[in-house]
Design a protein around this ligand. Sequence first.
Ligand code: APR
Length: 233
Amino acid sequence: MNDERSIMILTGAGISAESGLATFRGPGGLWEGHRVEDICTPGALAADPALVHRFYDLRRAALADVAPNAAHQALARLDAGWPGALLIVTQNVDDLHERAGAKRLLHMHGELRSALCAACGDRVSWCDPLPPGAPCGACREPALRPDIVFFGEMPYHMERIEEALSRCDLFVSIGTSGAVYPAAGFVQLARHYGAETLELNLEPSAGSDWFAESRFGPASALVPAWVDELLAT
Ligand code: APR
């Protein structure tokens, strides 16, 4: 294989939809019937911690019933087989990319299976429900919260992400509506730095016009086909 282009891949809830996890927006989406501000902001956590914890406890429990689909598996295959630089940046808080075997992966919006101590910043694995008020193992403060980036908070790993965006030759966006910044602006940055851009999504996203190429359909079909194309070059 002669192709050693540097690839950056952004994924969103659409890649996990066919595994059975609800997306955020659209019919049956997680935000349908919920006000984002009631659940996914620092203010909501302070005002009604039990509600916020219940929302994430349910989502964490749902992970036990789902498995990576053909799209996650294809990205893991690409990660293992691609000789050039590659980075998968996911907005998803599920663990399906890593369960499929992806290694070059960053969770920019946090992870359901991690707890963050709001007092000391320590992180612990969060597999079983933690009782409200459970003390942090490091500082003993009862300040453990979901390790999720709430609206109004700074996404994780932004320095590494911006560096990868500035160097990538190909930027690919998979299963995201392009409704939430800064991820929604990555395509513009990648273009600015001269990358080719490709969108793989069920339907046109808010940012579709920014992509040089868009392919529409289910991720479980589009992603393996695209990976096969790349690995054949
Ligand atoms: N294959 C490909 N794309 C799909 C599929 C599928 N099977 N099913 C749905 N999609 C597309 C939808 O058309 C939509 O454009 O996935 C996208 C999902 O969009 P959102 O629900 O908005 O999810 P996402 O873009 O990941 O949301 C971004 O918003 O609420 C916050 O922090 C949360 O990380 C999340 C962020």
